[in-house]
Structure formats: structure tokens, C-alpha cells
Design a protein around this ligand. Sequence first.
Ligand SMILES: NC(=O)CCC(=O)C(=O)O
Length: 264
Amino acid sequence: MGSIFRLALVQMHVDAGNPDANYTRLELKLNEAIQHAVKPDMIMLPEMWNTGYALEQINELADENGERTKKLLSAFSREHNVQLFGGSIAEKRTDGVYNTTYVFNEQGEITAQYSKIHLFRLMDEEKHLQSGDKLGQLNVSGTDAGMMICYDIRFPELARKLAINGAKLLFVPAQWPSPRLHHWRTLLMARAIENQMFVIACNRCGTSGTSHFFGHSLVIDPWGEIIAEASEEESIVRAEIDLSLVDAVRSKIPVFEDRRPQLY
Ligand SMILES: NC(=O)CCC(=O)C(=O)O
């Protein structure tokens, strides 16, 4: 892959408990993301964009084996020859509902899948969802990457493990609400700085019930600099990242060589 990679993050409102409205909205947003003078290499979506946190009804609302989502996203990526990081959806399996990400290549094939490992008690996830038990690893046009979903970013050992396994980029779809904007920005910047990797984080925006989601989707480089940051409004966040920066930062401060894992 050339070292320049173009991203378009879809920061959108999600209508909790109304999948039909969300699929319709998503199609409009995908078209907005692709119709731009500079075509993105990858489009990214936020967490649980199909149902929102309508967890009391999640069994009825969740997408059966992700079929509706896969059909839509696969067709879009194939038609537009674009990679798609599918945020995450409520995915119904025989043993329960998972918070699951699918990643599609330009041919519309699923190249990676990840289900959220750490369920967020403050939003009752553990009462209604099953947790995943595998790491989220993917390859983006020849570059290794990792993925986490929202609350997962509070676990630095997970990001470190993904980085040790080779990830140079970390994707984070989220539904991260107020009043924790300071945590959101600080944790994402810390994951980027300590692991010397790009962090690409797509949050939802808008209000559902008593929860306000502040947006502020972010793209952060391996030096911890913010390349792009959204406001609180719906928007397509565009960023061009230079992947060669990861090796440059890692050779300037050789954190991975200087680790002393035998001591901690
Ligand atoms: N959807 C989530 O996992 C939210 C996580 C969150 O808000 C946090 O503070 O952590």
C-alpha cells in the first residue's frame, strides 16, 4: 500500500429502537461520504448504529446474524470500490445478542469481525449482551490494524497487545455520551501516544432519552497530534493519514524495544 490512506468517518445521529430509520439514515450518510472530490479509501461508522442502546428490546431489534447489515454494507463497498469499517451493530446469534463489527474490502467481502470484549455496566450492556472472546485484528490494504469498541479503550493492555501483534492503526467505533468528553479525548490520545499508532475513533452524536452523545470523532496520529476532530453535529470527518509516520515515531522513541515485560 502507498503510505497515504484516506478516511471518512460518519458521525451520525442514531434513533434508539428504530432500525428502519437508522438503515435509511445510514444509506444517505454513506452516499454523502463517498460523493466527494477526494474519494476515501475507507468509510467508518459508529457503534450500535442499527438499534442504539434500546437494550430492553434488543432481542427483537437486533439484526439476525447481521444479515441485513452485511447485505447493505457489502453491496455498497462493492459498488463503490471502497473499504468499509462497519462500526458495530446489535447482532443476534443463537446464544444471544453481541455488539459486533464487520469490516469489508472493496470487493464487498468481510475481512474481519470483532465482538466487544468489555461490556459497559453504566449502560447495562452486561444485562442484555454477550461479550466477545477474541481480539479484533484486521489488515487494511497490507497494514496490520486493531479494533476495539468504545468502553474497550479504558483497557490499555488490550491496545498494547494489539500493537505488539503488529497493529499500526487502531479503529474505535463508539456511542460515548456526556459528560465524559474529557475521558474520551484523553484516553484516545493516550492509546495513540503510548502505542505510537494512529487512533481512528468514530462516535455517534445526538440525544437518545436522557443520554446526550457529543460526537467529537477523532483521528489522532502516532505522535498524539489530532489530525481531525468533529464538533457535536452530524458530519463526515475526512482525514488523510501518512502510515509511514508510525515507523518514524517508533524509531525516534523506541518504546517497544525499551519495554521490560519481565518486570511487569
Ligand atoms: N458504549 C460504551 O461503551 C460507552 C463507554 C463510556 O461511555 C465510557 O465512559 O467508558
